[in-house]
Write a protein that binds this ligand. Structure first.
Ligand code: NAP
Length: 298
């Protein structure tokens, strides 16, 4: 039986804002970590999911300030909309152009972005010369922003972005051209030309996400075009593995799903709020148990 937090008059409030938010794994991961950090169950904090509609963001943030919320995560659709409410933004969040972690300070709200480090976490133990990597990112939405900044951190040789909206693609390229990456944008009709030279493929679209687990952004014959030794990284973590990762595994390609990114962006956020080392393994166990005890990591 898992320990329960004892909520007292001194318990601080952490949370996540998004809309919708009821499917978030963050409360499960964070509360497990907070309990584990407090033997005896006396928790200094609890972590709650707050459904905040876009039009109610200002009132929610002012309310958080009024009631002493210590920090919170930010997810869709508020990662950019939160920016005007922050007194200070970290350099990494400025580079990404989005905030997923906010902390109360004496000066007001301070925002940062832990998605970049979260994305990098499962790549760190791979022995690769990232400067030789030919990256292909599917999608140019919010998570693609963190991914492209992560590619710059790795020093990747070239990054191609595939999207379905030419205006959004051009805007994306313009926003991140200062990163110094060899960044190019393409329509989906260019996939067959791009895949044979791709060594790191990253899916940032929701194609294949539950409840459409049979879908895949690439067909079997498109996956067959990837070079042996290519990495296929799908940001989706439900289902595990996605159809795309099943196709990659059938070809013995290196396959990575989005769960480690989720865990590490959460762990980094927790460390920022409570200024203690987060129990990453506790967070991983809690997330896996909640997802149905699936121990298989793609
Ligand atoms: P987003 O901002 O909505 O971006 C999604 C991108 O995918 C957009 O470029 C969108 O194009 C494109 N797209 C959507 N449906 C498509 C389709 N049927 N065909 C082609 N392109 C399509 O969403 P996001 O925040 O980046 O999240 C994307 C995925 O990443 C979600 O599945 C989410 O669960 C996952 N994610 C995982 C983590 C993690 O920690 N593991 C973190 C963040 C996100 P348009 O703009 O044209 O619609």
């Amino acid at each position: 039986m898992s320990a329960q937090p004892l909520i007292t008059g001194k318990t601080g409030l952490l949370g996540v804002i998004g809309y919708p938010i009821q499917h978030s794994l963050s409360p499960v991961m964070h509360n497990a970590a907070l309990v584990a950090l407090q033997p005896g169950g006396l928790s200094d904090y609890v972590y709650v999911a707050f459904p905040v509609k876009p039009e109610e963001l200002p009132i929610a943030i002012n309310g958080f300030a009024a009631i002493g919320v210590q920090g919170f995560n930010v997810t869709i659709p508020h990662k950019q909309a939160i920016l005007p409410f922050l007194a200070e933004i970290s350099p990494i969040a400025q580079t990404v152009g989005a905030v997923n972690t906010v902390k109360r300070t004496a000066q007001g709200w301070w925002g940062t972005n832990t998605d970049v480090q979260g994305f990098l976490a499962p790549l760190r133990h791979l022995q690769r010369d990232w400067s030789q990597e030919q990256v292909l990112i599917l999608g140019c939405g919010g998570s693609a922003s963190a991914v492209v900044v992560a590619c710059a951190h790795l020093g990747c040789g070239s990054v191609a972005i595939v999207g379905r909206d030419q205006t959004k693609l051009a805007d994306f390229q313009h926003r991140y051209q200062h990163l110094g990456l060899n960044l190019a944008v393409y329509g989906w009709d260019q996939l067959a030309h791009l895949l044979p030279t791709t060594t790191l493929l990253i899916n940032t679209t929701p194609i294949g996400l539950s409840p459409q687990p049979e879908q895949s952004p690439l067909t079997e014959s498109e996956v067959a075009l990837l070079t042996p030794g290519a990495i296929v990284y799908d940001l989706i973590y439900t289902p595990r593995p996605t159809r795309l990762l099943q196709l990659a595994q059938a070809r013995q390609l290196v396959s990575i799903d989005g769960l480690e990114m989720l865990i590490h962006q959460g762990a980094d956020a927790l460390e920022i709020w409570i200024e203690r080392s987060p129990p990453v393994e506790v967070m991983r166990r809690a997330a896996l148990n909640y997802l149905g005890g699936d121990e298989h990591r793609a």
